[in-house]
Design a protein around this ligand. Structure first.
Ligand code: 3HC
Length: 301
C-alpha cells in the first residue's frame, strides 16, 4: 500500500471523536454563569443546576445582563444573544444532567462542596460522560477519586469574566487519560473558540500560581498605608499595560476566592509570598468580598 493509501486507511479506522453536544454546569455564580454563557453562545444545549429558585433567578439575570452588555458594546449580534438564551436552561435537580456529555462543576472553592457535587454527578451522568471542575486550586485527583471514572475527570479552569477571557487551563490528573484530554481540548478550541494551555495537577496551575502572589503583594503594599489603592492600580495599568490594577482585580475575582486560592498555594508550596495577608483575612471576615457584595477595596452600586 502506498504511504498515502495507508494514511487514508488508518484515518478510516480512527475512532470517531465523540461529540460534546450537551453541557451541564453545576453552580450558577460568577464563574458558573459565565461558563454556561460561553457554551450557550455557540448554540450548545446547556443546563445550569443551582440549589434553589433564588439562585436560579440570579444565574439567569447574570447571563442576561452579560449578553445585554455584549450586544450594547457591539461584541455580539442580537441574534446570538437570543440563540444563547434559547439554548440555556436552569434547574434545581441534578437529575437533569443525565444526558449531558460533559458536566462542569463551578461551585464555591470548598473541598466538601466539590466532593459532594462530584459524587452526585458520577451517579447521575452516563458512564461515557466527562466530568470537569473549574476549581482554581483543589487537586483534580482528589475530586476524581470520589467518582467511578477518575480517568474521565479533568480540570477546565476558565477566567473571569469567562465570556471575555480567551484562556482555559486544562488540568490533567495522574489518572486522566489522553483521550479525555484530547476530547476536551478539541471541544474547548474548536467548539468554544477558547485558547488552551495544559497544566499539571498542582495548586494554582499556571496562572494563579503567578497571579495570586502578585495580588497578595499589592494588598500588603496597600496595608502599609503609604500608597493609595488608586495609585497602586494606576501603576500597573499605566506602567505595565494591565487592563485593571491588582486591587480592582481582587474585587472582581472576589476576596474570598483570592483567600481560598492563597490558602491552598501556601499549604502546597509554603513561601511567605503565598500567605494571605491579615488585611485580606479581615476583609473576608467582614464580608467585604468585592464587586459581588458591593464593597471591597472600592465601593460598587
Ligand atoms: N461580553 C463581551 N465583551 C465584553 C463583556 C461581555 N459580557 N464585558 C466586557 N466586554 C468587553 C468590552 O466590550 C470591552 O471591549 P473593548 O476593550 O474591545 O472595547 C472590554 O471587554 C472591556 O470592557 P469595559 O471597559 O466595560 O470593562 P469591564 O469592567 O466591563 O470589563 C475586563 C473589563 C474585561 C474585566 C478587563 O478589565 C479585564 O480583562 N480585566 C482583567 C481580568 C482578569 O485578569 N481576569 C482573570 C482573573 S483570575 C481568574 O479568573 C482565575 C480565578 O481562579 C481566580
Amino acid at each position: 500500500m502506498s504511504t498515502e493509501a495507508s494514511a487514508l486507511a488508518s484515518k478510516e479506522f480512527e475512532p470517531p471523536v465523540e461529540p460534546i453536544s450537551k453541557v451541564g454546569v453545576i453552580g450558577g455564580g460568577t464563574m458558573g454563569s459565565g461558563i454556561a454563557e460561553v457554551c450557550a453562545r455557540v448554540g450548545l444545549d446547556t443546563v445550569v443546576v443551582e440549589v434553589d429558585d433564588d439562585a436560579v433567578e440570579a444565574a439567569r439575570k447574570t447571563i442576561e445582563n452579560s449578553l445585554k452588555k455584549a450586544v450594547s458594546r457591539n461584541k455580539l449580534p442580537a441574534a446570538t444573544r437570543d440563540l444563547a438564551m434559547s439554548c440555556v436552561s436552569f434547574s434545581t435537580d441534578m437529575g437533569d444532567l443525565a444526558d449531558c456529555d460533559l458536566a462542569i462543576e463551578a461551585v464555591i472553592e470548598s473541598l466538601e462542596e466539590k466532593l459532594s457535587v462530584f459524587r452526585a454527578m458520577d451517579k447521575v451522568l452516563a458512564p461515557n460522560a466527562i466530568l470537569a471542575t473549574n476549581t482554581s486550586s483543589i487537586p483534580v485527583i482528589t475530586l476524581g477519586s470520589v467518582t467511578s471514572r477518575s480517568d474521565m475527570v479533568l480540570g477546565m479552569h476558565f477566567f473571569n469574566p469567562a465570556p471575555v477571557q480567551p484562556l482555559v487551563e486544562l488540568v490533567r490528573s495522574l489518572n486522566t487519560t489522553s483521550d479525555t484530554m484530547e476530547r476536551v481540548d478539541r471541544f474547548a478550541v474548536e467548539v468554544l473558540g477558547k485558547r488552551v494551555i495544559r497544566c499539571r495537577d498542582r495548586a494554582g496551575f499556571v496562572v494563579n500560581r503567578l497571579l495570586i502572589p502578585y495580588l497578595l503583594d499589592a494588598i500588603r503594599m496597600f496595608d502599609e498605608g503609604k500608597v493609595s489603592a488608586a495609585d497602586i492600580d494606576s501603576g500597573m495599568m499605566y506602567g505595565c499595560g494591565h487592563p485593571m490594577g491588582p486591587l480592582t482585580l481582587c474585587d472582581l475575582i472576589g476576596l474570598d476566592t483570592v483567600e481560598a486560592v492563597a490558602d491552598v498555594l501556601y499549604e502546597e508550596f509554603k513561601g511567605s509570598h503565598n500567605a494571605p495577608p491579615p488585611l485580606l483575612r479581615r476583609m473576608v471576615a467582614a464580608g467585604h468580598l468585592g464587586r459581588k457584595t458591593g464593597r471591597g477595596f472600592y465601593e460598587y452600586d
